[in-house]
Design a protein around this ligand. Structure first.
Ligand code: GDP
Length: 434
């Protein structure tokens, strides 16, 4: 998908515009305990265009001086985006900080669309003329708070969307990525996988950006390891900027079928690991939890069980994800990874038969009666699988509000017991049938 980034000095309204463009998408994200929501990156749609959008203003650069922060945010946008929306504040005219941003953007060979925000009514339109001087052509008047002018701005931006497809691989190629905070051993693991006896590395495909995916074959099946751009290219802003590394992780997750969440067995689990895992879950990807550096852990017969319990406690929303303890250094259990990716991917694409599904649901209801609320009982009429990747089920009921989280969870567990689905999230959507 094309990527659009919003840049501009603080307080010009970047997050407001971001939220407008993203629309209700962010608020409909499921509320999962333990999953941190972030508003710096989202998918969005405009007419027929499906794209991703970044609010660079949300990327926390730390304690750098003001201008340095703006510079780094602009550079992130230049690195990541196909089209940049340069946002200014129409009510304040051109400021020196705007000019600084402009200077950085001149050097980038990326299309820039200039949006003049806070033009809340037609009488204010003449305020845009000041901004021609920034040298990015026609300024587009918009109002984030009133939602005005965004259509024209996005039309212009979409003209510059490249028509390349980043997911250029065939459907039968399984795409997976290794995600985790810096230094957990992602690059070491990629190298260990590629160096395995039975893995044939076909070639290295450079995509349009600087990501380098590795294509490989194992037992006759084809795979691609999606590069977490930066896995190999270190030292830039991303190393020190947590949100930027999250951004890169998000991009890789989006392109993957299966996400390997890499933890550091020596250091244990920290908050950042949870965020990253939450993203993979929310994106509906299959997930495997990989505990690396297991060689460096001093252990007795209980260590692994304890670590596993710790993972289950911290990542309750990932209860379907298998866990593997291994070492990129000694290569121990590296050979189990691709077979695990295979299983997770198969389950991610599994379709079940409608009649069997309904038998399972009816048995579940017989075993554990549906909940009542204010004297009304939930009635389940019928269920059907409507999608794969991840498997998604629509359950037709008398009133969706009566399907409480705990009962939904119960149904999910019954479905899992009946069909497996190890390694993949599943979704249950309640629909009213009149
Ligand atoms: P990345 O930032 O996640 O890509 O991490 P790297 O692959 O660069 O690894 C970070 C550090 O951890 C390096 O010093 C590696 O040598 C070390 N490392 C990686 N895997 C292992 C492992 O399985 N065991 C041990 N003991 N060290 C590891």
């Amino acid at each position: 998908k094309p990527v659009l980034a919003i840049v501009g000095r603080p307080n010009v309204g970047k997050s407001t515009i971001f939220n407008r463009i993203v629309g209700e998408r962010i608020s409909i994200v499921e509320d999962i305990p333990g999953v941190t929501r972030d508003r710096i990156y989202s998918s969005a749609e405009w007419l027929t265009h499906d794209f991703n959008i970044i609010d660079t203003g949300g990327i926390d650069i730390g304690d750098e001086p003001f201008l340095e922060q703006i510079r780094q945010q602009a550079e992130i946008a230049i690195d990541e985006a196909d089209v940049i929306v340069f946002l200014v504040n129409g009510r304040e005219g051109v400021t020196s900080a705007d000019e600084e941003v402009a200077k950085i953007l001149y050097k980038a060979k990326k299309p820039v669309v200039l949006g003049v925000n806070k033009i809340d009514n037609p009488e204010m339109r003449q305020m845009i003329y000041d901004f021609y001087s920034l040298g990015f052509g026609e300024p587009f008047p918009i109002s984030g708070s009133h939602g005005l002018g965004l259509g024209d701005l996005l039309d212009e931006a979409a003209k510059n969307f490249p028509n390349h497809d980043e997911n250029q691989y065939d459907d039968d190629v399984i795409k997976f990525s290794l995600i985790g905070r810096p230094n957990v051993g992602k690059s070491s693991l990629v190298n260990a996988i590629l160096g395995e006896d039975r893995v044939i590395v076909s070639n290295v495909a450079g995509t349009t950006r600087d990501a380098i995916d590795s294509q490989l074959k194992y037992n006759g099946d084809e795979y691609v390891i999606i590069d977490t751009a930066g896995m190999r290219k270190k030292g830039k802003v991303y190393e020190t900027t947590e949100k930027y590394s999250v951004l890169r992780a998000l991009r890789a997750i989006e392109r993957s079928d299966v996400v390997l969440i890499v933890l550091d067995g020596e250091e244990g689990i920290i908050e950042q690991d949870k965020r990253i895992a939450g993203y993979a879950h929310q994106a509906g990807r299959a997930v495997i939890i990989v505990v690396n550096k297991w060689d460096a852990v001093e252990k007795d017969e209980k260590t692994m069980k304890k670590f596993e319990q710790n993972i289950r406690d911290h990542f309750q929303f990932l209860d379907y994800a298998p866990i593997v303890f291994l070492s990129a250094l000694t290569k121990k259990r590296i050979h189990t990874l691709i077979p695990m990716v295979n299983i997770a991917s198969e389950n991610h694409m599994m379709r079940v038969e409608t009649n069997v599904l309904n038998d399972v649901i009816m048995d579940a209801v017989a075993m554990n009666p549906t909940p009542t609320d204010k004297g009304r009982r939930l009635r389940i009429y019928y269920a059907t699988q409507v999608a794969i990747k991840p498997p998604t089920f629509v359950v037709f009921v008398n009133d969706p509000e009566l399907l409480h989280f705990s009962y939904e969870r119960f149904l999910e567990n019954r479905i899992r017991d009946a069909f497996g689905f190890e390694g993949t999230p599943i979704k249950i959507i309640a629909r009213e049938r009149k």
